[in-house]
Design a protein around this ligand. Structure first.
Ligand SMILES: Cc1cc2nc3c(=O)[nH]c(=O)nc-3n(C[C@H](O)[C@H](O)[C@H](O)COP(=O)(O)OP(=O)(O)OC[C@H]3O[C@@H](n4cnc5c(N)ncnc54)[C@H](O)[C@@H]3O)c2cc1C
Length: 346
């Protein structure tokens, strides 16, 4: 029997593209959609691990509220491919500048060349090191009231004080439930005005470090303190430290900076996603740690428009230079086809 290797066309990388998009979550796919519709040749390289993968649904997304994270991205990939762009599984390891753009090296040894790059690799949530917590992430251990608040409304909610925003987070979750307990954990218990706010909003405060989560039949039932006592809770809200996924950008001199809000590290950019490195744009959680799915998609689209405008400007400069070149004019007059700028795509 002859073994037949099935290779889908979308996995075969070409020589050069107008744009390489690194990361195929909401931000990257949305950017790729805009660029492909702008008739740019685009490849999306995606490692396939979106941040919200543990969650059952994407909430607060207009017209798609509650859609599964996997289904949302499947639909996005199909739309992007429908305009001729490629979406290729793979992990980008490193990026180097070349004369005409970038050489993007994948972990599997392949290389992609492109004139511009949109980095949309998202972030990693660094979770508190409490036994039992990681396995519950995105289920009954949550971070964002706008993502999960409605789903946990009126439940017994604990808030873990593992960062400076814990009191704020407790006050936020109080909007969704009257049964909120703040665990001071590694922080000092609220004092002064903050203590008064907790009391006024009926938020109880439990002092002392949290030792573990109590899980029964795949559900959170309580929070165990260091002294062994268990406080019954159905949901625990935490803050993660957010670390943008950016290692592959280091050789370009693009390194993550501490986010001004103290939430973690991000790649700084202007409002359109342009970074300090010419030709490199960022969108979504890699630059905006607070971005939700809709915000990330909008940022990807906005960055894509800027990238296309930048390429239009370059194409025009090259066309003008060719137009002024007497040799080009002679070839043009003789009927030989002359293209001003580089031609890409279809
Ligand atoms: C538990 C949880 C629940 C959430 N629920 C909601 C919700 O209900 N509603 C909402 O709006 N938001 C929600 N969010 C926030 C949401 O996850 C983010 O807003 C969204 O994922 C940001 O999109 P992004 O494209 O920037 O990044 P991501 O979705 O994380 O996508 C980045 C992609 O880049 C890939 N990648 C990373 N590094 C590389 C590399 N080197 N090479 C190639 N590919 C790479 C990743 O594998 C991933 O596929 C939730 C977050 C969490 C943690």
């Amino acid at each position: 029997m002859i073994a037949v290797e099935v290779v889908t066309v979308t996995d075969q990388l070409r020589d050069g593209y107008d744009v390489v998009v690194v990361g195929g979550g909401a931000a990257g796919l949305s950017g790729a959609l805009m660029l492909a519709r702008a008739r740019r040749s685009v490849v999306v390289i995606d490692a396939g691990a979106p941040r919200n993968a543990p969650a059952a649904g994407v909430h607060g997304l207009l017209a798609r509220d509650g859609i599964g994270p996997v289904e949302l991205l499947e639909r996005g990939r199909a739309e992007v491919r429908g305009y001729g762009a490629q979406v290729v599984p793979g992990e980008v390891d490193a990026v180097a500048r070349e004369d005409n753009g970038f050489a993007v090296a994948l972990a599997d040894g392949r290389t992609v060349r492109a004139r511009r790059m949109l980095a949309a690799t998202g972030l990693t949530d660094e979770l508190p090191d409490i036994p039992g917590l990681r396995a519950r992430w995105g289920r009954d251990v949550v971070h964002c009231p706008y993502c999960h608040g409605w789903e946990v409304r009126d439940r017994a909610i604990g808030v873990l004080a593992n960062g400076p925003l814990a009191v704020h987070q407790a006050l936020l979750f109080r909007q969704w439930s009257a049964d909120v307990t703040l665990f001071s954990h590694t922080m000092a218990p609220p004092a002064g005005e903050e203590a008064e706010q907790m009391a006024a909003r009926g938020i109880s405060v439990v002092d002392g470090e949290v030792a573990a989560l109590e899980i029964v039949e795949d559900r959170l039932v309580g929070v165990r303190r260091g002294d062994g006592t268990v406080v019954s809770r159905e949901v625990l809200a935490i803050s993660s430290r957010m670390a943008a996924r950016t290692g592959f950008l280091a050789a370009l001199g693009l390194r993550p900076a501490e986010h001004p809000g103290g939430m973690g590290e991000h790649i700084p950019s202007d409002a359109t996603g342009r970074t300090e490195v010419p030709g490199v744009w960022v969108a979504g959680n890699v630059t905006d740690l607070a971005a939700q799915v809709g915000t990330a998609a909008a940022a990807g689209a906005a960055a894509a428009a800027q990238i296309n405008a930048d390429l239009v400007a370059e194409d025009t400069r090259q066309a003008v230079a060719a137009h002024r070149d007497p040799l080009t004019r002679v070839r043009s007059a003789s009927g030989e086809q002359v293209t001003g700028g580089r031609r890409h795509g279809r």
